[in-house]
Design a protein around this ligand. Structure first.
Ligand code: ADP
Ligand code: MG
Length: 695
């Protein structure tokens, strides 16, 4: 099959619908999708039937409502197309009702108290803005997942709501600029996915990788990332074969992926798709992660999506490129050529600046997880402090606007600043600041804080909602204004003046920035338990309610789920570490100490005058470490037993961070020292050096 035939071949997309649906049905459906309206039942029946026939031709026998519960993974409940008929036999059936609405026993998915057990059912509803696709023998119907009261129990529902809010408010602004033809504004997203690829055979020997996705133990290898010789280096043939297959699998699903270069760390790579709507990008990213894991296993690899699989080595993120575009093809963050376009661009730009400054806490929360806490602020990753990098040129333009100065453009022409004579904004002059959490990159923002394992839904919910809310304020003001241009200028200048503290061009990784950020009053929330309490602040609940993205009840449920999830992860890590230490490391170190002692005894028997101080020193050191390790292991166990059962989730999460995690760190230190002086063949599992070298 040619690439053109492959691409989207397993997707019930617009082209397939146009070809297969009756003309009127197609038009109604197309309008429903384009304008985000609800699907009527007659149309749904026709679509369902056509979809079923198409899927069966492609070999599907089952269908599932594919959804993203709050666990962060995707869930599926498979049903067969086969319906028994009276008198025996069966017919192939799939009705409009089954397409649009599925029911599922939701009691095993986390709801944070939103659903009591007697109403454990949830329902799933087809999201027609995301195309159905075929995976294996199953037609997957992307759906939203709600409780019977309509409460969002998933990650898609709030994302769709936030996209609606953004569209609504952005259209109000665009109308003021004369764009009456715009029917819809869409948040666009292109997430770059980082990941590690290691040998499956080595992976299978480590309980920590298997159970927790990261190494809980491991001494520094003699050669780590120091030489940076991996970055954009040649691909190993096995890795190249894996990438080719991932690309092909994703193309069939309509994901325009391009797995390419090596990242900075050894064994680290990146996959970048071409951007699409925030909603599709989120679905596609979930499919991408699933596909990478599956294909990796086929090629003898394990694909690690954890944010920090190896201490002391770069972590993995998911750079969330975000912008807004209209159904008429305008990117609202494209600087444009003429002053009028620039005024509109500047208004949207400062809306993002204000939104990010006002809602730093929510952006930080949107990327909070036990895994990402290890990455943020560590090796080559943005800090937990949110700030924006605009690039020199744009920064200078905003400075000039703020101070009503003349802006001297690159070609040295002087201009008066004022909306009437706004400067031409030079294109593509933004330099790359790789250290910034949120960088303007020409015609979009790149949010670099999301972790590699997480759904990008939350990050985009917050970006969409926060920007929608600021645009609402701007629109309120501008709709009242007599002189639009003067009012726009006023808003732009005021916003820069009030929110410029969030702009930072320097090195975000530096210690100095931490101090400077503190002086500016920016938030620094290093861990998940530090960040989450901000979620339930009245002003944040008010924001989400105002934009109809979450109810207060939904926010509280998410708050509890996230904290509980954090605790669960730390407990699993603690137990895994104890297993490895008690069942593998302590016996190995003992065996090695015995081997050295036996050898010393043999030498002494053989030649009584030999100097055995090397053996003696080593056995003493090993024994010291053994004592330390068993003591620290005991302390870790105690800290886990001391986790208060009946306390609030925040108290529990803090206990996990301050007691359990600290106990793990102390234990790790000693175990890693033991690894460094123990004979390699006796050490019970492969160390960093081996793990990070792919053959
Ligand atoms: P790089 O950052 O490596 O230079 P690009 O800037 O071309 O690469 O794109 C990085 C990612 O940003 C890609 O996934 C791309 O599709 C996405 N992207 C480009 N334009 C937009 C946009 N307007 N909205 C959202 N994402 C975009
Ligand atoms: Mg990038």
């Amino acid at each position: 099959m040619s690439l053109q035939e492959t691409f989207g071949s397993l997707v019930f997309n617009d082209a397939v619908m146009r070809q297969r649906l009756p003309k009127e049905t197609y038009q109604v459906l197309h309008r429903t999708i384009a304008e985000g309206r609800t699907l009527n039942a007659d149309v749904a029946s026709v679509v369902a039937n056509t979809m079923k026939d198409w899927a069966m031709e492609k070999g599907a026998t089952h269908y599932t409502h594919w959804f993203q519960p709050m666990t962060g993974v995707t869930a599926e409940k498979h049903d067969s197309f086969l319906s028994p008929i009276e008198g025996g036999g069966a017919i192939m059936e799939f009705s409009g009702k089954e397409l649009v609405r599925g029911e599922s026993d939701a009691s095993s998915f986390p709801s944070g108290g939103l659903r009591s057990t007697f109403e454990a059912r949830g329902y799933t509803a087809w999201d027609p803005t995301s195309y159905a696709f075929i995976k294996g023998d199953t037609l997957c119907i992307p759906t939203a997942f709600c409780g019977y009261g309509g409460q969002a129990l998933d990650k898609k529902t709030p994302l769709l709501r936030s996209m609606q809010a953004l569209s609504h408010q952005a259209k109000r602004i665009l109308r003021l600029f004369g764009h009456h033809d715009v029917k819809k504004v869409t948040a666009t997203v292109g997430p770059e996915q980082e990941y590690f690829l290691i040998d499956r055979e080595l992976y299978d020997q480590r309980k920590d990788l298997i159970y927790t996705g990261r190494t809980l133990l491991g001494a520094r290898p003699p050669k780590g990332q120091e030489l940076d010789d991996h970055y954009f280096g040649n691909l190993k043939p096995r890795v190249a074969a894996f990438m080719r297959e991932v690309d092909e699998e994703l193309w069939k699903l309509g994901v325009s992926a391009k797995t390419e270069h090596n990242e900075a760390a050894p064994c680290q790579h990146e996959l970048a798709p071409i951007f699409t709507t925030a909603n599709l990008a989120t679905d596609h990213n979930q499919l991408t992660m699933e596909t990478m894991r599956r294909v990796a296993a086929k090629h003898g690899f394990a694909c690690l999506l954890h944010e920090k699989p190896f201490a002391g080595v770069n972590g993995s993120g998911k750079h969330n490129n975000w912008s807004m575009s209209t159904d008429t093809g305008m990117n609202l963050l494209e600087p444009g050529e003429t002053p009028a376009e620039n005024a509109q661009f500047l208004l949207f730009l400062v809306a993002v600046i204000k939104a990010v400054d006002l809602h730093q806490d929510l952006l930080r929360i949107s990327v909070a997880s036990a895994g990402n806490d290890h990455r943020l602020g560590a090796h080559e990753a943005p800090p937990a402090i949110v700030s924006i990098f605009l690039g020199d040129e744009l920064q200078q333009i905003l400075d000039a606007l703020e101070h009503h100065n003349a802006y001297v453009a690159g070609e040295k022409t002087t201009m008066n600043i004022g909306v009437k004579t706004l400067p031409r904004i030079p294109k593509d002059t933004t330099d790359r600041n790789r250290t910034s959490p949120l960088a303007f990159t020409g015609n979009k923002f790149e949010f670099r804080m999301p972790g590699s394992a997480m759904s990008i839904s939350e990050a985009n919910v917050v970006l969409n909602t926060a920007v929608a809310d600021v645009l609402a304020d701007f629109a309120d003001e501008l709709e009242k204004a007599d002189d639009l241009r003067a009012a726009v200028e006023q808003i732009v200048v005021d916003t820069i003046t009030r929110h410029k503290r969030i702009l930072f061009s320097g090195n975000s990784y530096s210690k100095e920035w931490k101090q400077e950020a503190e002086k500016r009053g920016l938030l620094n929330l290093p861990s998940t338990p530090d960040a989450l309490p901000y979620l339930i602040l009245p002003r944040n609940i008010a924001l989400f309610e105002r934009q109809r993205v979450y109810t207060g009840e939904e926010i509280h449920s998410r708050y509890e789920i996230q904290l509980e999830n954090y605790c669960k992860i730390l407990l699993i890590e603690g137990h895994t570490m104890l297993d490895m230490v008690n069942q593998e490391i302590i016996p190995a170190v003992m065996a090695y100490a015995k081997k050295v002692a036996d050898s010393a005894l043999a030498k002494r028997a053989f030649l009584p005058d030999l100097d055995l101080s090397c053996e003696e020193r080593l056995v003493r050191r090993l024994n010291e470490l053994l004592l330390g390790i068993s003591e620290k292991a005991r302390a870790l166990e105690d800290s886990m037993n001391a986790l208060p059962r009946d306390e609030k989730p925040l108290i529990r999460a803090r206990h996990c961070r301050d007691q359990i995690f600290q106990a793990m760190e102390s234990l790790r230190k000693l175990a890693d020292q033991a690894e460094m002086i123990t004979e390699e063949s006796i050490w019970p599992f492969p160390g960093y050096g081996k793990l990070l070298t792919t053959k």
